[in-house]
Ligand binder design. Structure first.
Ligand code: ATP
Length: 240
């Protein structure tokens, strides 16, 4: 893996996505500060300068597993388990957020593109809040988790631990897909058996009890009309 560390950039995911056709090897790109971080569907990901650990990893899958939908969830499992060894109360919010005490601690953004040599290039970006401020919370419009216990850690050591977890998860996913991660995801599910809404552009698409995820990485909801397996697409989950 080529490792690049930059002081400031717009978005490590955008940087790597724009270079994909030229990449020869996996690349890890770490930024001390991002000025134009992105979430899903181009939503902004904001930071306090120096208050976030942000990095993206680009790698090539020669044969795309049949179902890539579980990959961001598998990455979430690996990172949440790793964070839980450093502290507790870290859980997962479907589809791709890491929470602490119900507040968003980290986000995962997965992007991919077909490779000219065949297979698929994947870019996985992670933004982990180390420090938040009232101003940032006001901008984002909700309470955010910070992690003083992580902020105190040596950044390189923290990054190395997260990368170790990520690397073994990617290997496991390439071999066996999401199946090994499914019970681990459900064990960390922040809204297990709770009432939730699934929103599509602010409108309630489904309401029900969140049971967990299935083998495809869909959220399994018990609704009044029966069980619904919701594809991540561009929908968001909110506690009801
Ligand atoms: P949501 O978190 O609203 O359910 P989502 O899971 O789809 O949506 P993403 O699109 O992955 O979230 O991330 C972008 C969203 O994250 C933004 O809309 C914003 O609400 C929130 N956000 C932005 N910056 C931060 C941050 N530093 N920490 C936590 N959340 C943030």
């Amino acid at each position: 893996v080529d490792i690049e560390v930059v002081q400031e950039t717009g978005s490590t995911n955008a940087d790597l996505m724009s270079r994909l056709p030229l990449l020869q090897r996996p690349v890890l790109r770490v930024a001390v500060h991002q000025t134009a971080g992105r979430g899903r569907a181009g939503r902004p990901w904001l930071t306090v300068p120096g208050g976030m650990l942000t990095f993206s990893l680009a790698w090539h899958l020669p044969q795309a597993p049949q179902n890539l939908l579980g990959l961001p969830l598998a990455i979430g499992v690996a990172l949440a388990e790793c964070l839980n060894t450093l502290n507790q109360n870290v859980q997962l919010k479907w589809p791709n957020d890491i929470l602490r005490d119900g507040k968003k601690l980290a986000g995962i953004l997965l992007e991919s593109a077909a490779a000219s040599e065949g297979g698929t290039w994947i870019v996985a970006g992670i933004g982990l809040n180390l420090q938040v401020s009232d101003e940032l919370e006001a901008q984002v419009g909700r309470a955010l988790a910070d992690a003083p216990w992580l902020a105190q850690m040596d950044r390189n050591l923290l990054l190395a631990q997260l990368l170790n977890a990520l690397a073994s998860a990617l290997q496991q996913f390439a071999g066996h897909g999401f199946s090994a991660f499914l019970p681990r995801w459900n064990a960390l599910h922040a809204y297990a058996n709770q009432s939730v809404h699934i929103l599509d552009h602010g409108q309630i698409l489904h309401a029900g009890i969140a049971l967990g995820v299935d083998l495809l990485g869909c959220l399994v909801l018990q609704t009044e009309q029966g069980q619904v397996n919701v594809l991540a697409g561009d929908v968001s989950l909110r506690p009801a």
